[in-house]
Design a binder for this molecule. Structure first.
Ligand SMILES: *Cc1c(COP(=O)(O)O)cnc(C)c1O
Length: 381
């Protein structure tokens, strides 16, 4: 086994795909401390800067006093507290749906939803850029998989599929590209071909739309257009966990059948209380979104000589091509006190390695200036 394991590592090093973890010692801020040295970072998904908001900390502490730490059991045993129930109601309200179901993580939500709804007689249509958890869910469901690269190819694949049920699954905002799915076109195709739609809006919720209602609010789509909406709390909402929102029937079926919901310990109640608070703040403090979008505009204007991608969201990747190049620019930035992660295959397609810059409402313009100046210098050399 040792030889086999060493070979695996050797191969990923040779392909510039070896992955390492950064150890830091600070809350989620634009400035992270590593070995007591400050680094300016553009990597976090804490888009609204809620991850260490004082009110979230208080909510968590108070709830920990009342409920303790562990939930003690799964939801169907005795892990489901009043706080979990209330969070479901809040999410249902925010997403304008009958009900919601809270999962421990987004990864598990996707696995649970898709495996509960599809089996090997069904078809699933996945965007080429869909998140890995959706692809894994499709594999586990053993449904026939169709990957589409654009709306025309989706239409073609829908027309040729003969399986019993058809589910189209897409990220709302693509996590490595930052662009939006063309949901109006997808919903129209779904109607024509009698297909169901699920949107994973992990990167849109809290960020897009006047009220932070995500891609659906942005496009003006409702629960009839997109009956299955999945979202996470670990990104814009700054906490941890995930949900699916839909009608009563859907949620009831998921409670009966979603194995990654049934066979796991419920989230700690205190975390759920913190999420309640963060949903409230995300709605009550629209300045966070306004400031964030000002920064996005500022960044795109000032960086227009760099290889930007067509994104209007806080995800602003720079397309660099090879894994080696992305890695070397990322390393040079690091030496100069700036952290931007290199995203390499298999997370993105071969030849499209990139620096994934993400902006947050906690950044300021001077920090963006510093990033662009340093990057321009490095890329010119
Ligand atoms: C982050 C992410 C997930 C997974 O959510 P976790 O709560 O981190 O497990 C799922 N889908 C998309 C599109 C994501 O970006």
């Amino acid at each position: 086994m040792q030889t086999y394991l060493r070979d695996i590592l050797q191969q990923s090093r040779q392909a510039a795909l070896y992955r390492t973890r950064l150890v830091h010692d600070s809350p989620q801020n634009p400035i992270l401390l590593i070995d007591n040295k400050p680094y300016l970072t553009f990597c976090s998904n804490d888009y609204l800067g809620l991850a260490h908001h004082p009110q979230l900390k208080i909510a968590l502490q108070q709830s920990a006093e009342q409920y303790g730490i562990g939930s003690g059991a799964s939801h169907l045993i005795t892990g489901h507290t009043l706080i979990h129930q209330q969070l479901e109601q809040t999410v249902a309200q925010i997403t304008k749906r009958e009900r919601a179901l809270v999962f421990s993580t987004g990864y598990m939500a996707n696995i649970g939803i898709i495996t509960a709804l599809l089996d090997r007689h069904d078809a699933i249509f996945l965007d080429k850029l869909d998140h890995a958890s959706l692809v894994d869910a499709a594999l586990l469901a053993r449904a026939k998989r169709y990957r589409y690269k654009d709306i025309a190819s989706l239409e073609h694949l829908l027309a040729q599929s003969t399986e019993k049920h058809k589910l189209i699954v897409t990220d709302g905002v693509f996590s490595m590209d930052g662009n939006l799915a063309d949901l109006p076109a997808i919903t129209q195709l779904a109607r024509q071909h009698n297909a169901w739609i699920m949107v994973d809006d992990a990167h849109g919720l809290g960020v897009l739309g006047e009220y932070g209602g995500g891609c659906l609010e942005y496009y003006g789509l409702n629960a009839t257009d997109v009956p299955i909406l999945m979202g996470t709390f670990g990104k814009a909402y700054g906490t941890f966990g995930a949900f699916v929102a839909g009608d009563d029937l859907l949620i009831e079926v998921l409670i009966q059948k979603a194995r990654s919901y049934i066979y796991t310990t419920a989230l700690p109640p205190a975390l759920v209380a913190a999420t309640q608070e963060s949903l409230k703040i995300a709605q009550q403090e629209p300045w966070r979104r306004q400031h964030l979008f000002e920064l996005i505009d500022y960044f795109r204007n000032k960086a227009n000589h760099l290889p930007l991608m067509p994104s209007m969201t806080p995800i602003q990747p720079l397309l660099l091509g090879t894994a080696e190049k992305a890695l070397s620019v990322s390393k040079t930035l690091y030496q100069q006190g700036i952290i931007v992660t290199a995203i390499r295959p298999p997370t993105v397609p071969q030849g499209s390695a990139r620096l994934r810059i993400t902006l947050s409402a906690t950044h300021n313009k001077a920090q963006i200036d510093q990033l662009i100046e340093t990057l321009t210098h490095i890329l010119n050399e």
